[in-house]
Design a protein around this ligand. Structure first.
Ligand SMILES: Cc1cc2nc3c(=O)[nH]c(=O)nc-3n(C[C@H](O)[C@H](O)[C@H](O)COP(=O)(O)OP(=O)(O)OC[C@H]3O[C@@H](n4cnc5c(N)ncnc54)[C@H](O)[C@@H]3O)c2cc1C
Length: 344
């Protein structure tokens, strides 16, 4: 007997399968291309918040998801024995000018209120941080203690291992059984666009690189619009480009070289580090730019979880929770902005 069929074994499908299985559902996961074959098979893994101001449903949802991430990934690792490389080590951001410094200081106050004392947004002098601190024109950086890192590809492997322990394998094909959720990323958005005869979502290509550089348990850095993410295994990820127009979804080119140059300028310590992998993937972006969750717009009686765009890994624990609430219990807690109609 199967209670839930999950179509798609990216971070959305795997997380939903895991949460449903933990609640006692019998789950099957179907992906003709295998787990992590889509945008979830990458290397960056910055789980980072939006700025703490102008609070809205998306920011509140993301905040809760980032707080949920630690117990979520701890449980996954404890079950399957594979580490996703998760650690909440925070993030440093150089402050480039006086206006940025003023804003950052104002956000210290809004973060104290909006993040409910569960994480901080602090302005600190660079000499308070140590050698890992990126140079900053003002002499100050923002340190937020909410950001975490994990290794996307390993996070998928960790979920696959945990699901296997629960008797769930990822299979290339199987008929629908029980409740069905479509977490098929870009393919799912293209299917919707075809069905509705208009663009409901699209793909945004991203290129990223992995360096051999052991920063230890250092916070990630966001500088000059580049994520610099030290991983647990002595590597360091740098990303990403953001390309609406592309021909080859998996190639890397000089746009990635530019991202690498910006990272080296932002963190001179990285000069000379060996680039051990260059990778590209296509982020599934809904028209509304928000995750697309809920009842599927045309597969009658079925569900959809899509549109992770740039923050799919950060959102996954909370998305899995609200989708399991809906699929297993008929309990709908999905913010209105995330319903498919927001993009139709
Ligand atoms: C370069 C880059 C850097 C990124 N950095 C970050 C980051 O630092 N932090 C963060 O949170 N997010 C980041 N993201 C975004 C994140 O990777 C995505 O939001 C996330 O992977 C989306 O997950 P998904 O499961 O919806 O889609 P996908 O991972 O694309 O999964 C969809 C799955 O569906 C399968 N599929 C397709 N058709 C079918 C079908 N007919 N039946 C069954 N299965 C099917 C595919 O094989 C695939 O495995 C980044 C993305 C890129 C490209």
């Amino acid at each position: 007997m199967v209670d839930v069929t999950v179509r798609g074994a990216g971070i959305f499908g795997l997380s939903i399968a895991w949460t449903c299985a933990r609640r006692g559902a019998k789950v099957q996961v179907v992906d003709p291309f295998g787990p992590g074959a889509g945008s979830s098979g990458g290397l960056v893994g910055a789980l980072a918040p939006h700025v703490p101001e102008n609070w809205n449903a998306k920011k509140a949802f993301q905040f809760e998801s980032l707080i949920m991430a630690e117990p979520f990934w701890t449980q996954v690792e404890a079950t399957g024995g594979v580490s996703p490389g998760y650690a909440r080590l925070g993030r440093l951001q150089p402050i480039t000018d006086a206006r940025g410094l003023e804003l950052a200081r104002a956000r210290e106050k809004t973060a104290a209120e909006l993040w409910q004392g569960r994480a901080d947004w602090r302005v600190m002098a660079t000499d308070q941080i140590g050698a890992w601190c990126p140079p900053s024109p003002t002499g100050f950086v923002i340190l937020d203690t909410l950001s975490a890192r994990m290794h996307p590809r390993r996070a998928c492997a960790a979920l696959v291992a945990a699901l296997a322990v629960m008797g769930i394998d990822i299979v290339p094909g199987a008929p629908d059984k029980g409740q069905v959720v479509h977490a098929t990323g870009l393919a799912g958005l293209q299917e919707l666009s075809t069905a509705f005869g208009k663009t409901v979502g699209n793909g945004v290509k991203g290129q990223a690189a992995l360096l051999r550089f052991d920063a230890g348990v250092a916070p990630q850095i966001f500088a000059d619009a580049v994520h610099i993410v030290p991983h647990a295994d002595g590597t360091l990820a740098i990303g990403s480009t953001s390309e609406r127009d592309y021909e080859d979804p998996t190639s890397t080119d000089t746009a990635l070289d530019d991202v690498l140059d910006r990272a080296m300028r932002a963190v001179p310590l990285l000069h000379g580090a060996e680039v051990i992998e260059r990778w590209a993937g296509v982020r599934p972006r809904s028209k509304s730019r928000a995750p697309m969750l809920g009842v599927h717009p045309f597969h009658k009686g079925q569900f959809i979880a899509n549109g992770g765009f740039k923050i799919g890994f950060g959102m996954a624990p909370k998305i899995a929770e609200v989708m399991a609430d809906l699929i297993l219990e008929g309990h709908d807690t999905i913010p209105a902005d995330f319903l498919p109609r927001a993009s139709l």
